[in-house]
Design a protein around this ligand. Structure first.
Ligand code: S3P
Length: 188
């Protein structure tokens, strides 16, 4: 599998339930690269789940840990990085990625996101309130313009993870400005 020569890593961004952790390992396998999940790494290093970290140390602590781990992972080459849904939504973050990094936005509607995560209570503290759908809509509205700074955007609704992988690879290979959500392929 060949990508543009200066591509060193892909980072998957997008809302909770967009499929980052499902698509990421498949994409990495197709490339013969490694997959690293940022939130799973935070959980290992803190010896606590994301939900526990939110509860015991607060969201601000989690956001710092997440940013620190992601920055470290984004120094590696030949890696597909799965980020948490809030990471790629942080203001300006996708416009300031290290060289050779392509951000890929996995798009999902709030309805589909809530449907996908609804079987997993106790995992996503931000969608555990009284009205998860309303909260998902609010958060997505707030975050969309940041996610849209990704170089590549792929719709995930009604598609298998394998289809999503092929579409990502096509879009990254072509680096076709028509199919992308922004102009953020930082050349090495
Ligand atoms: C969050 C998304 C979660 C996790 C945390 C906060 C968010 O990751 O980082 O619960 O702010 O969207 P996933 O996108 O992998 O669910």
């Amino acid at each position: 599998m060949t990508l543009p020569a200066d591509t060193r890593r892909l980072v998957l961004v997008g809302f909770m339930g967009s499929g980052k952790s499902t698509v990421g390992p498949l994409l990495a396998a197709r490339l013969g690269w490694e997959f690293v999940d940022v939130d799973a790494t935070v959980e290992t290093e803190d010896a606590a789940s994301v939900a526990e970290i939110f509860r015991t140390k607060g969201e601000a602590y989690f956001r710092e840990a997440e940013a620190r781990v992601a920055a470290r992972v984004l120094e590696r080459d030949r890696v597909v990085v799965g980020s948490g849904g809030g990471w790629g939504a942080s203001a300006g973050r996708l416009r300031a990625l290290p060289r050779g990094t392509i951000a890929v936005w996995l798009r999902v509607s709030p309805e589909e996101a809530v449907r996908r995560v609804s079987g997993m209570r106790g995992v996503r503290p931000l969608l555990e309130g009284r009205d998860p759908l309303e909260e998902a809509r609010r958060l997505l509205r707030q975050r969309e313009s940041e996610y849209a700074a990704a170089s590549v955007g792929v719709d995930t609704a009604g598609r298998t993870p394998e289809d999503v992988v092929e579409e990502i690879l096509d879009a990254v290979r072509d680096n076709n400005p028509e199919s992308v959500g922004g102009r953020n392929v930082r050349k090495a």
